[in-house]
Design a binder for this molecule. Structure first.
Ligand code: ZN
Length: 604
């Protein structure tokens, strides 16, 4: 097996360079090492079995009897991409799926099992919801993974034939962006500038209301305002984030600083006004979209798992392009509070959406039945719309590429985990129990001659952080410049004791509430521990939260014919209580439960 050359995103220029997944090895047992192992042993086989069971792999053999929605091909491509990036040997599965996909390609390069045959809609007849370019985008990303890992011979050629077909017929924009970022990466692999030009055309064409009008409006499709004129991400969250990632890729490869600045502006706005504490994006269920500024109700949080994955994709691209390490903060937040939350302990069920407040107990769902899209409640084995499961699988498989970057002067550590790193002229052994413990020891195992710079991201939440015992500023990059020699150790300390977090008062839905965070972990209370109605809980925020508890009272609100009155209930008379906290990513793992992240504060 040849060496993996590089990861999913390899810009030709930028402040930081991506590292090969092979140059970052998660070691031993740790938060992410365990989840990557689970990906190989649980998530990937589970996803593959369900894609077979649903008939979606069979669609490639027998497209005339297509089953499932119009985007099911994309799940097979994402699974293929995940198999390529993963460390374990999946050669048998890769071989089978690659042959299946190649066989289904038409002579003209078109590839799609849901359109163009007797009884199906014609090719390109439904730009809003046909998802044809969307699916091909995922095929291309799988082809890129195949080319860079050498694990799926022939798949890049299939992807190129499909991309050539797209360039030749130029079918207009797709209701669901995704192909933009894929085409730029295909350009990076092949050097064929037509793919970059096509991606740039797709980005520039959007926003001029050329898609057919739909009840969700043009905003849903990001066809309301040109990318370079928009002020915020908006509309369907996953579509918006994929498009923004593609726009960054185009901007970087064409030197379009105006376009890059536009995406930076929109993402900054979105982080400041449209993002949940967990890093989740999207507060509207009806159209899976962003809400207006500060519309972030915890009990109606949509926060699709895919939007989390897509935000990591976008933030990583911006990190590489700009060198602003603060993008690592949102990556960390999503990894621990969206991605980790999505996956069941055995890797065989997952969350599609992520509420921050479950008012009625979750219910068990049968392990042998696909759920109809997202319906709330617990992790489910599979959904009829199953974008999230293979998306998590491909992210976990390629995760090492998101943890570390390099530059001419040295190496940058953006995320902290026990790992061996070789990049930027340094070989490092990073050892930590993070996030259970905030101590990170970085030992130099080998160093090139001369001064090197080891850059460490200090999260914005990390008040009291130190490097080698000296205080450092949260929300910055600490640069340790040294003539490193073997045996040098740099010690980072990040305080992970629980702390109160208060919302911007403009987030009306949680005004007067606090949350607890511990290091990168958002905490929550779960009814299994509290054993009382969590909607009656009010907490005493006058002193710091305990190691794993908050103090408060369970009020006894009055039921009445009308829920509004001149005098509110005074919870000061409620029963004093001490309520255990659990990391949000652990919730709904022990059985049906209610849960809340934001806790109303007792009046003083
Ligand atoms: Zn999804």
């Amino acid at each position: 097996m040849r060496a993996v050359e590089c990861g999913p995103v390899v810009p030709s220029s930028g402040a930081f360079r991506p590292v090969s997944p092979e140059s970052v090895r998660l070691t031993g047992h740790g938060f992410w090492a365990d989840r990557r192992a689970l990906n190989a042993s649980g998530i990937l086989p589970h996803a593959h079995a369900w894609l077979d069971r649903m008939g979606w792999t069979q669609n490639f053999r027998d497209p005339a009897h297509h089953t499932g929605r119009e985007f099911t091909d994309s799940e097979i491509y994402k699974l293929l991409e995940a198999y390529c990036w993963d460390d374990a040997d999946h050669s048998a599965e890769i071989g089978t799926l690659t042959a299946l996909v190649a066989e289904a390609q038409d002579k003209d390069g078109y590839l799609g099992t849901a359109h163009g045959r007797d009884g199906q809609h014609a090719r390109w007849s439904d730009p809003n919801f046909g998802h044809e370019l969307y699916c091909l985008g995922h095929l291309i990303q799988a082809g890129v993974a195949a080319a860079r890992t050498g694990k799926a011979p022939g798949l890049l050629q299939v992807a190129r034939r499909a991309a050539d077909h797209v360039v030749r017929i130029d079918p207009g924009i797709c209701g669901h962006p995704e192909i933009e970022t894929a085409l730029v990466e295909l350009y990076r692999v092949t050097g064929d500038v037509r793919y970059l030009e096509q991606a740039a055309a797709f980005v520039d064409r959007r926003g001029h209301r050329t898609l057919p009008e739909h009840e969700f409006g043009w905003t849903y499709f990001l066809d309301d305002t040109p990318v370079r004129d928009a002020t915020s991400l908006r509309g369907h969250a996953v579509r918006a984030l994929y498009l923004a990632a593609g726009a960054v890729d185009v901007a970087v490869e064409t030197g379009d600083t105006e376009l890059l600045a536009a995406v930076v502006r929109q993402f900054d706005h979105t982080l400041a006004r449209r993002t949940y504490l967990t890093g989740g994006m999207g507060s509207r269920h009806q159209d899976e979209s962003f809400g207006d500024d500060f519309v972030l109700p915890p009990d109606r949080a949509y926060s699709e798992t895919c939007a989390g994955v897509a935000t990591i994709m976008l933030a990583h691209r911006l990190l590489l392009a700009t060198g602003d390490v603060r993008y690592g903060d949102i990556v960390e937040r999503i990894l621990y509070n969206v991605v980790a939350t999505a996956i069941a302990d055995d890797g065989r069920a997952f969350f599609y959406a992520h509420t921050l407040h479950q008012r009625t107990p979750t219910e068990f769902v049968p392990a042998d039945r696909a759920q109809l899209r997202f319906g709330g409640g617990p992790r489910a084995p599979f959904f009829e719309v199953s974008c999230c499961l293979p998306n998590v699988a491909r992210l976990l498989a390629s995760l090492p590429a998101y943890l570390v970057t390099s530059s001419a002067e040295g190496v940058q550590l953006h995320q902290y985990a026990s790992m061996d790193v070789t990049a930027g002229g340094l070989t490092l052994a990073v050892r930590t129990r993070y996030p259970d413990d905030g101590d990170v020891a970085i030992e130099v195992r080998r160093a090139d001659q001369g001064e090197r710079v080891l850059t460490l991201r200090i999260p914005a939440w990390a008040a009291g952080a130190t490097v080698d015992g000296l205080p450092v500023e949260p929300g910055t990059a600490v640069r340790v410049r040294r003539d490193f020699i073997r045996g040098d150790v740099v010690r980072l300390h990040l305080p992970v004791t629980p702390r109160w977090t208060r919302p911007d008062p403009r987030i009306d839905a949680v005004r007067g509430c606090v949350a607890v965070e511990a290091g990168p972990l958002v905490m929550c209370v779960e009814s299994l521990d509290a054993r009382q109605n969590l909607d009656h809980l009010m907490v005493d925020a006058s002193e710091a939260p305990g190691a794993a508890v908050v103090k408060g009272r369970f009020a006894d609100p009055t039921d009445a014919r009308w829920p509004y009155r001149s005098n509110g209930d005074d919870c000061a008379h409620g029963t004093p209580t001490v309520v255990p906290l659990v990391p949000y990513h652990r919730w709904a793992r022990r059985g049906p439960a209610t849960m809340r992240v934001w806790l109303p504060v007792m009046p003083t």
